[in-house]
Design a protein around this ligand. Structure first.
Ligand code: ZN
Length: 485
């Protein structure tokens, strides 16, 4: 689960440690012992917190893939594998950017970063470029020139984007540099240290925006050439979603996809004095959800193939802003409009003290759709999410799907324990009997939905993909937690 305000995690490169393979194998039944095995594999100290982009994150991905394979679940990632590669990286800026321009009269202008120009994207080692200036999309030359800076005399970022898209080069690919007209006033603060690192790989073509008198010189086409020196180091990191599929057995219903999801990434270790624990094991968040989805996958794979298709989706990059799930939605392994429902599993490792059995879990966004009522009808031990102030509905991977119109909600039993996003979210702190009850309940509900024709829908006015429904805080504010059923 993400913290309520998204922040980028600092990604550390670490040495890959041992493989998490375990000797004992799990059984087709959903059991506390099997769930525990999965949590031990994923949340061990050797996994170093499984942060997205870390070698240990990929170790966790490999564990999930090998388990799906062992169960007999088919791969649904890239090129017949279980992995859907998710681009992830980091750009470090090695110096304060320097820019020298030569005007049409041959005079040299030294521009100051933060005053006369700003580096917007990417970088390059000292590169001399001639200047090509355009005042409309139509003027952009068909042939990009890597020895030239393309100056766009567009009014604003929206117009610039539209021009580049119209020219078929949304990232300015092929040009040596893209120059935008920035503020008419010069900046007041000269840059004193290199820009801060960014949590993504730099695009091939750097971009700057020019300000003040330098802006005027570009706008009036008085600049003939320039040299930009903005050295960077780009680090590509390996990360992947893990995806398996059981194709439906019914000719009519196999197109319907029931997605069962959990995120496997957690947080990078923190530096601590020797002897102290700096590892965020993330046993509850969300090794517990992954363990449940694995157990459901194994149970489904061992049983009779249901009429509808089941997609098992383990996301990377949830903790840094639902990155893996959003990537999958941009590159969907199955058509998004065929996903009948996404049931997401988050933090099921401990009972919520406010819930009394038989209730075991709460469903986020309960009021928004008819899924919750159907799960209750099918005997799943679930109630409505009553911790509405926490906005859990918008804090997990389900929300990325919900914003695209898919009925997508999260089952959880997170009782706001103190180990949330702490190094104390350890394997031993989970209640595996509780998890077994959750997973068995979820299996009954998922099986009935996969067997039947129930198609959940958002209630009128409450579909998060419709801006009006999003703006309204529609979760019913009910201060009294349910004490039974
Ligand atoms: Zn989390």
């Amino acid at each position: 689960m993400t913290t309520s305000s998204l922040r980028s995690a600092s990604i550390l490169l670490l040495l890959a440690l041992g493989s998490p393979r375990l000797e004992a194998q799990t059984t087709a039944d959903v059991t506390a012992a099997d769930l525990r095995r999965h949590v031990i594999a994923l949340a061990a100290d050797s996994m170093q917190g499984r942060s997205a982009g870390s070698p240990e994150g990929m170790l966790a991905a490999r564990y999930l893939a090998e388990e799906l394979k062992r169960f007999g679940v088919a791969p649904a990632g890239d090129d017949g594998t279980y992995f859907q590669r998710v681009p992830m990286g980091r750009t470090e800026f090695l110096a304060i950017p320097e820019l020298k321009c030569a005007d049409t009269a041959g005079a040299e202008i030294t521009a100051r970063a933060g005053v006369d120009f700003d580096l917007a994207e990417g970088g390059c080692d000292a590169r001399e470029l001639k200047v090509v200036t355009v005042a409309s999309a139509a003027e952009i030359p068909k042939q990009a020139d890597s020895g030239a800076a393309l100056v766009l005399l567009a009014a604003n970022a929206t117009e610039r984007g539209a021009w580049l898209s119209a020219a078929g080069i949304p990232d300015g690919t092929g040009w040596g540099l893209i120059v935008a007209l920035g503020a008419k006033e010069a900046g007041s603060r000269p840059m004193e240290r290199p820009p801060r690192a960014r949590g993504r790989v730099a695009p091939q073509t750097p971009r700057i925006s020019v300000r003040g008198t330098l802006r005027a010189a570009f706008a009036e086409r008085r600049i003939a050439s320039l040299t930009l020196h903005a050295p960077i180091r780009s680090i590509e990191l390996e990360s992947a979603n893990v995806i398996g599929i059981i194709r439906g057995a019914s000719a009519q219903l196999a197109e319907d996809v029931i997605a069962l999801s959990a995120h496997y990434d957690h947080l990078p270790p923190r530096v601590v004095p020797e002897g102290q624990d700096g590892i965020f094991n993330g046993a509850d968040d969300d090794a517990s959800g992954c363990a449940v989805v694995l157990e459901l996958a194994e149970a489904f794979a061992a049983g009779k193939r249901p009429p509808r298709t089941l997609l098992f989706f383990f996301a990377t990059g949830e903790e840094i802003g639902l990155v893996g799930t959003n990537y999958a939605l941009d590159h969907p392994p199955v058509p998004i409009d065929k996903i009948v429902v996404d049931i997401n599993f988050e933090m099921l490792g401990r009972p919520d003290p406010e819930l009394k059995p038989p209730a075991r879990m709460w469903l986020t966004g309960f009021e928004r759709s008819d899924l919750g009522d159907e799960l209750v009808r099918l005997g799943v031990p679930v109630v409505a999410d009553f911790r509405l102030q926490q906005s859990f509905f918008t804090r997990s991977d389900n929300y990325a799907l919900a914003l695209r119109g898919v009925v997508a909600q999260t089952l959880s039993s997170f009782g706001l324990h103190e180990d949330y996003h702490k190094v104390s979210d350890e394997i031993e702190s989970l209640d595996y009997t509780h998890m077994e009850a959750c997973a068995q309940g979820a299996l009954v509900g998922c099986r009935r939905i996969a067997d039947g024709e129930f198609r959940p829908s958002w209630r009128p006015g409450l579909d998060p993909s419709k801006p009006k429904a999003r703006e309204r805080n529609t979760e019913r504010q009910d201060p009294t937690p349910p004490k039974d059923g």
